[in-house]
Design a protein. Structure first.
Length: 254
């Protein structure tokens, strides 16, 4: 059976003349994520029309990882009813046959970055080393991460946009990010970019570690990761600037 979602993200009907990426089919989804993550979309209670685009896929992949951590008790939620609801959603995503144990999890955006910067002739070893360095793995790349790397490689090949995480931020943080966007668009030196983040945190009286954590979460979906100076250079200054702007509601440069 073939499913198609006939609304674009603006709520308009998809015409036959639109490009293939404007029509989100399971075939498109499975290029970037597993069937289980699509099951999650289908079983979630979403009010109103489901305006879903390709750029939403990483969000559902990360959400499925969060649900798995809740299901196996690795992530705690104080509300028992909410916990039961989320565990049920996880079970239904697996058609009531969930795995016996939790698998390894790495944020989608981080895998996209590592695929982007890894040497083609030594990709597996490079990514394995980096994930150990960042504290995500201890004993090599498990099969589920290798599969996720294939999805991330397809994303890196097909898209330049960073699938950022949207967050509620304080006014001081927004002002600091506004300044950072300007710097990112005009500076290419990794060291200056890295130091600029420290300087902006100081300028707006933000704890540097908290500011770095915020930026990591927006750009990588994780509170930790690679040094941000090299990350910005590898992912492209304009891509990073747009991702920061979208996540914080800062209008794009005219």
């Amino acid at each position: 059976m073939r499913y198609e979602l006939f609304l674009d993200k603006g709520g308009k009907k998809i015409s036959k003349s639109k490009s293939a990426l404007d029509v989100l089919t399971p075939q498109t989804w499975f290029r970037y994520a597993s069937p289980i993550s699509l099951n999650l979309l289908m079983f979630k209670r979403i009010t109103g029309a489901r305006n879903i685009g390709v750029d939403d896929i990483p969000t559902f992949v990360n959400e499925l990882s969060n649900l798995e951590e809740i299901y196996f008790g690795l992530r705690k939620i104080s509300d028992e009813k909410e916990t039961a609801k989320l565990k049920g959603l996880y079970e239904y995503s697996y058609f009531l046959k969930p795995p016996a144990a939790a698998s390894a999890h790495v944020p989608y955006n981080l895998l996209v970055y590592l695929v982007t910067v890894s040497p083609p002739n030594n990709r597996t070893e490079y990514i394995d080393k980096k994930l150990r360095e960042y504290g995500y793995l201890k004993n090599g790349l498990p099969p589920e991460i290798k599969q996720q790397l294939e999805f991330a490689a397809n994303w890196a090949k097909d898209f330049q946009e960073i699938p950022e995480t949207k967050m509620e931020i304080k006014n001081s943080e927004k002002l600091a990010i506004e300044d950072l966007i300007v710097i990112v668009r005009n500076e290419t030196d990794e060291r200056i970019l890295q130091n600029s983040i420290f300087n902006l945190a100081k300028k707006y009286a933000i704890e540097p570690s908290s500011f770095f954590k915020l930026l990591y979460t927006i750009l990588l979906g994780s509170p930790r990761g690679p040094r941000l100076g090299p990350y910005i250079k590898a992912m492209g200054s304009e891509n990073v600037a747009r991702a920061l702007g979208r996540a914080t509601g800062i209008p794009p440069a005219s």
